[in-house]
Design a protein around this ligand. Sequence first.
Ligand code: RVP
Length: 498
Amino acid sequence: AHDPFGFLGLTYDDVLLLPGYSDLAPTDIDTTSRLTREISLKVPLVSAAMDTVTESRMAIAMARQGGLGVLHRNLSIADQAYQVDLVKRTQTGIISNPVTIGPDATLEQLDERAGQYRVSGFPVLDAAGLLVGIVTNRDLRFTPVAEWATTTVSEVMTPQPLITGRAGISREDATALLRKHKLERLPLVDDEGRLAGLITVKDFVKSEQFPDASKDGQGRLMVGAAIGYFGDAWERATTLIDAGVDVLVADTAHGNVRMLIDMVRRLKSDPATKDVQVIGGNVATKEGAQSFVDAGADGIKVGVGPGSICTTRVVTGVGVPQITAVYEASLAARAAGVPVIADGGMRHSGEIGKAIVAGAEAVMLGSMLAGTEEAPGDQILVNGKQFKAYRGMGSMGAMSSRGKKSYSKDRYFQAEVASDDMIVPEGVEGQVPYKGTLATVAHQLVGGLHQTMFYVGARTVPELQANGRFVRITSASLKESHPHDIMMTVEAPNYTVS
Ligand code: RVP
């Protein structure tokens, strides 16, 4: 029987990792880890599916750093799928499915399309799908705006014969062609003259800048998207799959519910959906993790109540301190080879290694990323310091109709609550300091994890899991861990006084 008071819950601040023998050079250390059964990331960081954390801009930045963004679902199905599309089209190499335009489109339509997809040039395809020309923003410049509505693409485009590459061209050959002809874009065509892809100089250069980028089999950036289990959840899931999502992430405060487990089982058994990776959650016990293992989930997300903006433990009295939750879930997940993702409660880079040793293979971050440039929302100036808004998805702001329609209330079992004043929130709204670009923040987080691995003496994440050992600490020790007996005068990039 469960011993109610012998079962102790521990969290990040209750433990430290023991230093171990180390014979490692910095270049030996490899932070590659699994996110799901089939997806590995060079950097085991995932941005939270929250409307103040992850939209396409964050997802692109996360994937470029070697992590992954999970697009939030407080959006219509069409809007969320459109964001998946934006990430998948942000190429780091060859664009396999470029946005195109027809020769009879007007320049007004061209301009609109360029803004909608944030691209500056299009291959022009005729009705039969044959490449007939290429048109760019520059071609607009010589036509007065007043004539855009009546001028067609075919009048301003560069028509065939164009310099093109064959489908399947090597990187070297493509680079040579771009150089030789000083091209900005190289359309790729198959034997019949149909468009097979597009290479842009810009994307080629970028892929060199992001050697760790998380990419799918076609070289496109990877992206995750949040789903629920209520109402039109199935339609949302299948629409996201059609848009090219790599990972569907169950996004609910309490995942151990029949409807969600059934949905995960269906996603992993239906021939139309079973190839997409599915992360179940959130759970905080061994039994909760086992339910998702049994349903065929590819990853299990753990965290009930640890989030910085979360009041679930206070409002409901339910939760499990995060180190214990991750450990308990991993008892079921590890035996089945399913990765655990530790979600919520992280404040410093040192907690990433602690989560891994407790049994996680990746971590999900909200507050640590909400202050970056790439998070949705503008900077707020308060007393001369810059902040960005950050709110719980269970807060009044995210669940009430204040501002706009809420699509994700079922995350907190509030889907059918009729009016705003009947909502029982489980989160709060606030702000976090502005932190600059995601790249600078990610650098500190990954750098911190590198150091963890050096201290423990672990070359790889599996070695860290195997060799890492905890010591439990007291509140006096916690004081010793932080700067003490000094008045800090300069903030470090990875340590601030809040
Ligand atoms: P944190 O990183 O501590 O800010 O926590 C982020 C996590 O908190 C999210 O990934 C999610 O699991 C959880 N969350 C989001 N909204 C709320 C809430 O309103 N209670 N909690």
